[in-house]
Design a binder for this molecule. Structure first.
Ligand SMILES: Cc1ncc(COP(=O)(O)O)c(C=O)c1O
Length: 451
């Protein structure tokens, strides 16, 4: 466990801050992932770079130690950082050669394993990131149906098929405003794709029915997360399935982030609704790039009627990691553990926030918890929380993605510190001086994901 970080983050010309300033002049946006920008946590104070990460503990570039009570590699590390079993499998594969002119046999073993968990599916393809796997699923669905239009709900990556939603024919429309970020520009996406990706809202069957009615025989697929923040209302997923069947469209479930956190194999197994295609990434690789697209035989075979192929989809690290992750999840009840950890944190924070009159607002599942503040200065309060938690040796943002590596002790230590920090947040709210206490700029607003 980390000792208290005596040098407040950002108080000096730390290596982290210096490097990030350089990065912004060399790398547009500073990082490769919006959610990893320090500006999304505490600008000029968040330790942008790490040297080591083990379990849920992180050492930054300046040698400061933290327990990660935030997003655990933005949801990629369900078992914890540098999980010993996964690392061993990856090191073994690297030592044996992870790239070759021939194919790696693990991808066949992994296909058998995934299909045994999902008897409704008969074929598998692989990719390495979530967004590209979703692009592949959409291509397969379009190839299978011979149609173009996609109805979608939620976030599914950055590719043209998705961002086309903001290439609306009506000026001023902001289709992704409710699904990703308001005001997102589709610059670079061909204007000709306008009208090919149409959003609907989660738990609102009518919004999908309207698209089905309007697009009828042009609808290739319905693309959605089985769930994100809460269980589907009774009949919703079944209704989506029926609408797809009626329209002859493929149903694609994106199980990349929340899926395997709720149930081994993805949340659709828990809710009992079968898609035509399901997509896995992030969680199945535990930090190593890996993605799988599984589906019905006839649908997946349409991949052969298109061109879907990439060199690095054949390397051996991803499959070796995924095999180990899935086998480990078959041995250990990871969803049960992270639900317990998430619940412990939520209950503790709620108790403390009520006592200190802090307007804390919790949402999502315990396994994928989000929190904010019901207050006009919500972003400033979040920033102040992050800054104070950094000082106590915790990475904390607007959410908590628990992992197998988190123990009740980590949570209890965090809650002990939260007593003090929330006391200050309460005072700051009452005195109206939240911003003045931050010691730097306020964090930027992030993904809305109002699905
Ligand atoms: C539901 C969902 N789909 C797709 C993606 C994109 O995955 P990646 O960032 O690996 O491209 C994400 C990432 O956050 C996601 O949460």
């Amino acid at each position: 466990m980390p000792k208290e970080n005596t040098t407040p983050a950002g108080a000096d010309e730390s290596k982290c801050q210096r490097l990030y300033r350089q990065a912004k002049s060399l790398i547009p946006g500073g990082t490769q992932l919006l959610s990893k920008r320090p500006e999304m946590f505490a600008p000029d104070q968040w330790p942008a770079y790490y040297r080591e990460a083990h379990g849920c503990e992180v050492v930054d570039l300046d040698g400061r130690r933290y327990v990660d009570m935030s997003f655990m590699g933005i949801g990629a590390c369900l078992l914890g950082y540098n999980d010993s079993d996964v690392t061993q499998a990856v090191v073994d594969r690297v030592k044996a050669g992870s790239m070759c002119t021939l194919n790696n046999p693990e991808e066949v073993e992994l296909a058998q394993l995934l299909l045994a968990i999902h008897p409704w599916a008969k074929k598998v393809r692989y990719a390495r990131t979530g967004g590209e796997a979703m692009a592949m699923a959409v291509r397969i669905a379009r190839a299978y149906t011979g149609r173009d239009i996609i109805a979608f709900c939620g976030y599914h990556g950055w590719h043209d098929w998705y961002l086309a939603a903001n290439r609306t024919t009506q000026a001023g429309d902001d289709a992704l405003g409710k699904h990703l970020l308001p005001g997102l520009s589709p610059n670079g996406v061909p204007r000709q794709l306008a009208g090919t990706a149409l959003p609907f809202n989660y738990n609102n069957l009518d919004s999908l029915a309207r698209i089905v009615e309007q697009e009828g025989s042009r609808l290739a697929a319905v693309v959605m997360e089985t769930t994100r923040h809460s269980d589907p209302t009774p009949g919703f997923l079944e209704g989506v399935r029926e609408l797809c069947d009626g329209a002859g469209a493929a149903l694609v479930f994106d199980e990349i982030t929340v899926g395997w956190r709720l149930t081994l194999g993805g949340a659709h197994l828990r809710f009992g609704v079968q898609p035509d295609i399901a997509v896995f990434a992030k969680t199945i690789g535990n930090g190593h790039p890996m993605a799988a697209i599984i589906g019905r035989s006839d649908v997946m075979d349409a991949a052969q009627g298109s061109f879907i192929s990439s060199t690095y989809w054949t390397e051996g690290i991803g499959p070796a990691a995924a095999l180990t992750v899935v086998h480990k999840m078959q041995r250990i009840d990871v969803p049960g553990h992270i639900a317990m950890i998430g619940t412990r944190l939520r209950e503790g924070l709620q108790r403390i926030a009520a006592r200190e009159s802090v307007p804390l607002k919790l949402s999502g599942y315990p396994a994928l918890t989000y929190f904010g503040f019901d207050h006009p200065e919500a972003l400033a309060l979040q920033t102040l929380l992050t800054v104070r938690m950094l000082g106590h040796g915790f990475l904390a943002g607007a959410g908590f993605y628990p992992s197998l590596a988190h123990t009740p002790r980590h949570v209890d230590r965090y809650l002990a510190v939260a007593e003090e920090v929330f006391r200050e947040l309460g005072q700051a709210v009452r005195q109206g001086d939240v911003v003045g206490r931050i010691g730097g700029p306020i964090r930027h607003s992030g993904f809305a994901r109002l699905t």
